[in-house]
Design a protein around this ligand. Structure first.
Ligand code: SAM
Length: 292
């Protein structure tokens, strides 16, 4: 099995999880907007929304209408969702006003007047969900790994179950494997029209095996050699898929489905299918879906 780059890096281009792996002065953070850099490095909302819709169709054999993006940051997924049809509605929830403000400044103005009527943005803890029910709740980029305790994760899942429509599903993007815990830095060049804009650095700083607790940072390095260090830092519990499925069942989901990356000749294809047996990938991304 080929080795993978950092899950965040590989996921962003939605190619394969099976990729090859690979100090400078600190730059003033004020000069760059870390959300713009982050979006360019790790997000692909167009691909994500198509994929989430495919999962819903696969499980429910109909079209989803309402989406809630939990831990939404700059809510790019929610914005993209609105473009998929005049009936689509979206809610974005994040407790940090900073990424929400960035989205309000840079993404919200690009929505049409009609799309603006169909989006609700909430500066709110995901543990306190809105009353409005959603067909799809999505958690991108492993954001629920912020919950360190089983009871807290179960509480979160319970609130999601209660705020899903009767046909609703919860889609969790998960990542793991040895490639996610070793102490390493993965670098990826981000270019525009063939010219290097910056290098995205995924820094796996620490892993503590008793609690499965991992510390990561994202740094950006610019063409002039300067660094924007620790633009984002994460303190995550690396949940296993099995734990998550068990907790989903305890929280009231009727079943869970795992979409695992398919392989061709030992290489990941970038395509995912419902499976009950995964290959022992060095690092992987998977979509674990709780079905109401
Ligand atoms: C890794 S970012 C994810 C951004 C985006 N959803 C993505 O997929 O790239 C995690 C986000 O979760 C937010 N967050 C952390 N804990 C939260 C909570 N309990 N409720 C709501 N948002 C939370 C943070 O403010 C941050 O914007």
């Amino acid at each position: 099995m080929a080795k993978s780059a950092s899950p965040l890096a590989s996921k962003s281009i939605r190619t394969s999880k099976k990729q090859t792996r690979n100090k400078a002065q600190s730059e003033s953070p004020a000069k760059y907007n870390k959300y713009a850099l982050y979006e360019k490095s790790v997000q692909s909302p167009e691909v994500d929304v198509t994929w989430f819709t495919t999962i819903f169709r696969d499980l429910r054999d109909e079209e989803p209408v309402s989406l809630r993006e939990d831990f939404c940051g700059t809510f790019k997924v929610a914005c993209n969702w609105l473009t998929r049809g005049p009936e689509k509605t979206a809610i974005g929830m994040d407790l940090d006003p900073e990424p929400l403000d960035y989205g309000m400044k840079h993404h919200y103005p690009k929505l049409t007047a009609d799309e603006k009527k169909r989006i609700t943005l909430l500066k709110q803890d995901v543990l306190t969900p809105p009353k409005k029910k959603s067909d799809v709740v999505v958690v991108g980029n492993f954001s629920f790994y912020i919950f360190q305790e089983r009871e807290l994760l179960r509480n979160y899942f319970k609130t999601v179950v209660s705020s899903l429509s009767p046909k609703g599903i919860l889609i969790l993007e998960m990542s793991g494997g040895p490639g996610m815990i070793e102490k390493t830095k993965d670098r990826r060049r981000v270019s525009k029209k063939g010219k290097l804009e910056f290098t995205y650095i995924w820094d796996q700083r620490e892993f503590e095996p008793i609690h499965n607790r991992a510390q990561y940072s994202i740094h950006f390095k610019f063409a002039n050699g300067k660094m924007y260090k620790d633009a984002f830092t994460y303190d995550w519990r690396l949940w296993s898929i099995q734990e998550v499925r068990e907790i989903m069942a305890e929280a009231g989901f009727s079943k869970s489905v795992v979409y695992w990356e398919t392989e061709h000749k030992g290489e990941g294809t970038g395509e995912y299918a419902a499976m009950e047996e995964g290959d022992n990938a060095y690092s992987w991304i998977s979509y674990v879906v709780g079905v109401k």
